[in-house]
Design a protein around this ligand. Structure first.
Ligand code: F0G
Length: 459
């Protein structure tokens, strides 16, 4: 037994059956779905690694907390319990719930972003980027170069390039840069963490230029755990202490609670600044709801308040990050090309290195995704040539991103290590007979966010 192998730090009290279909059934189902994972019914999936968002299992304490939910329209006890939990972790006193992360993003962008502004960050998440662009702003990804190299084993591939950040601030100035946004962990390059050293320097730059620093904290606890494990000087600090140090470097945060909030729906914003909070409350009233519920039921705010405590427990995080690393190790040892090091919430397979005989316009990562479903009933998500291709509006031609990745996102507290072994065995089997796999072609695609609704066929 390897030294870093941990068993689940919980036992199972309630079970949700999952159904194994036959290979023939799955061949028919995925064909009918246009080879698009979003069109499958969840009940036809055996192991669902589409996303870690909103798919967590709650603890007995969270379920118990739900019974205490106070559904008062204004000023509910549940809101104050959530506010206290958020404030005690972040130190930010002005807390506003939202129904999910992108709703918080919309409110913040509507207040702060104007035509022609530039928003630097390590790497903005897709919906965050879209909200900036809808306001006429320009998202600027300033991730360190190691962050874009799938073979680099740099421990903090989510760091922001500090020199590029200063350059951007020098070029555009305070007037054109409404805030800096650091996403922890950085989802778009594989759930990679930013170091506290890097965040502190970014905070110092933000103060020097008078531009606020915000955090997208969908997976903040996982980021804190990586700092605890990897960064010198933080091995003795608790994850909660590390979180406080991160938040002290900035001025506010937005959260999709569907990840490290350990709940199935929800989000929030938290700020140091009262006027910003007041403006956000005004927008919340017309879009999300009165500021003491912002689109969330009282019982859900209680579950979230407790989830934010659960997620900072060391044993939870050790197992969580260990489980993702365990799946990565099984794949790595069999020679499967993955993004190194594995991140906090997912293992990413490198489609181009897995299937070098399939060109990018035939979607190698999606080919692996379809084969994993047919062979094992496993659902995964392509984040590559389908999701991130850019269309030239004049010629109609597509240009493809450098990376063609397949994400195996691990829901929190849902699957056991034997599920991970099952997944690994199917990926490894497929890798052994990779030369038999054939490419796909697109037969229908919408003009925006094509990966959600496009349809494909085998060549
Ligand atoms: N920020 C990050 C870093 C995210 O990963 C997501 C969602 C959001 C914001 C938006 O939050 O979904 O609650 O509106 N990520 C999901 C995923 C969808 O599958 O990675 P939301």
């Amino acid at each position: 037994m390897p030294a870093d192998f941990l068993a689940e730090p919980y036992k199972i009290k309630m079970v949700e059956p999952i159904r194994m279909t036959s290979r023939e059934e799955r061949e028919g189902l995925i064909k009918e779905a246009g080879y698009n994972m979003f069109f499958l019914r969840a009940e036809d999936v055996y192991i669902d690694l589409l996303t870690d968002s909103g798919t967590s299992a709650m603890s007995q304490e969270q379920w118990a907390a739900m019974m205490l939910g106070d559904e008062a329209y204004a000023g509910s006890r549940s809101f104050y319990r959530l506010k206290d939990a958020v404030e005690s972790i972040t130190g930010y006193p002005y807390v506003l719930p939202a129904h999910q992360g992108r709703a918080a993003e919309k409110i913040v962008m509507d207040i702060l972003v104007r035509e022609g502004m530039v928003i630097p960050g390590n790497m903005h998440f897709d919906t965050t980027r879209a909200h900036m662009q809808l306001r006429g702003g320009k998202p600027l990804d300033l991730i360190v170069p190691e962050g874009l190299d799938p073979t680099s084993s740099h421990p903090f591939k989510g760091n922001i390039d500090l020199e590029k950040l200063e350059n951007a601030l020098n070029i555009h100035g305070k007037e054109k840069v409404p805030f800096i946004l650091i996403t922890i962990t950085c989802n778009n390059n594989g759930g990679q963490p930013a170091s506290l050293g890097n965040i502190k320097s970014a905070g110092e730059i933000s103060r020097r230029y008078g531009v606020p620093l915000f955090f997208d904290i969908a997976r903040f606890a996982e980021n804190c755990f990586f700092i605890h494990m990897r960064e010198e000087g933080y091995g003795q600090k608790t994850v909660r202490e590390i979180a406080r140090e991160i938040f002290a470097c900035g001025d506010g945060c937005m959260m999709s609670s569907k990840k490290d909030g350990l709940v199935n729906m929800g989000g929030f914003m938290a700020f140091n600044d009262r006027p910003l909070h007041e403006q956000a409350c005004q927008l919340s009233i017309i879009n999300e709801g009165f500021p003491t519920y912002g689109g969330m039921a009282g019982r859900d705010m209680d579950a979230l308040a407790r989830g934010l405590e659960d997620v900072l427990e060391l044993s939870y995080l050790q197992f969580r990050i260990g489980q993702v690393a365990y799946l990565a190790r099984l794949l790595r040892e069999a020679g499967v090309p993955i993004v190194e090091p594995s991140g906090g919430h997912a293992v990413y397979i490198d489609g181009r290195r897995f299937l070098p005989h399939i060109p990018q316009e035939q979607f190698p990562a999606q080919v692996i995704s379809v084969a994993l479903y047919i062979e094992g009933g496993i659902r995964t998500l392509e984040l590559g040539s389908i999701a991130f291709a850019e269309k030239d509006e004049k010629t109609g031609a597509y240009s493809y991103p450098q990376l063609d990745l397949l994400r195996l996102a691990i829901p929190r507290r849902v699957y056991t290590n034997s599920h991970m072994e099952y997944v690994a065995s199917h990926v490894i089997d497929l890798y052994k007979r990779r030369e038999d796999l054939k490419g796909l072609k697109m037969v229908y695609q919408p003009s925006v966010a094509r990966h959600f609704t496009c349809r494909m066929e085998f060549l």
